[in-house]
Design a protein around this ligand. Structure first.
Ligand code: AMP
Length: 194
């Protein structure tokens, strides 16, 4: 299945994406993780993006689109987490998937209020010391989500592929709702087109 997860940082998107990928044996494509690994390894991409991530800003669309293109054409089914984050990226993704005739089966959006997201990110900052979990970077990321990423939610809602899930429950509760939605998707007739 081709699954996309949207949601503000701190919504539990990464945790749920990992669970879905394990349960349905699909590759988990997480752009934030790919970028952090590049930074750790000191690759040219890592050097290009290290300051952008630390500030909580977005990496330019062109860089992200190239990165995703390689991974999607190689994989047979995916759980996409962290991409798209702008309308430009969403349009590029739609084109890419149309090209390889692999439509999205479902787009989840995990919904949590900003104050819950902010609290979770601050807690993770203390526990894991992630460079972008500082108060200033967290504020930038939350504002950027509303400005750049939220319009994508409406884009997929208009297409009828959006499944909103409340993200405030426990990991298990949220995952159960994800599974229920995936069972419904799996039992409906195959769709054509992106
Ligand atoms: P994440 O782990 O998904 O929270 O991503 C961490 C950081 O990586 C973000 O705050 C951005 O700086 C960068 N990033 C990840 N995915 C994207 C994307 N699709 N477009 C632009 N920047 C991204």
């Amino acid at each position: 299945m081709n699954i996309l997860l949207l949601g503000i940082q701190g919504s539990g998107k990464g945790t749920q994406a990992k669970r879905i990928a394990a349960e349905y044996d699909s590759p988990h494509v997480a752009t934030g993780e790919i970028l952090r690994k590049a930074i750790e390894e000191g690759t040219p991409l890592g050097k290009q993006v290290v300051d952008i991530l630390a500030r909580g800003e977005l990496v330019p669309d062109a860089t992200m689109i190239e990165l995703i293109r390689e991974r999607l054409t190689d994989s047979d089914g995916f759980v996409l987490d962290g991409f798209p984050r702008t309308m430009g990226q969403a349009e590029a993704l739609d084109d890419m998937l149309a090209e390889i005739t692999r439509p999205l089966d479902v787009v989840f959006v995990l919904q949590v209020p900003d104050d819950v997201a902010r609290e979770r990110l601050a807690k993770r900052g203390l526990e894991e010391g992630r460079a972008d979990d500082t108060p200033t970077a967290i504020d930038t990321r939350i504002a950027t989500y509303h400005r750049e990423t939220e319009p994508i939610v409406e884009h997929y809602r208009a297409r009828g592929s959006l499944v909103p899930i409340p993200g405030t429950g426990t990991v298990e509760e949220v995952f159960r709702q994800v599974q229920d939605a995936l069972e419904q998707v799996a039992s409906r007739p195959a769709r054509t087109g992106a």
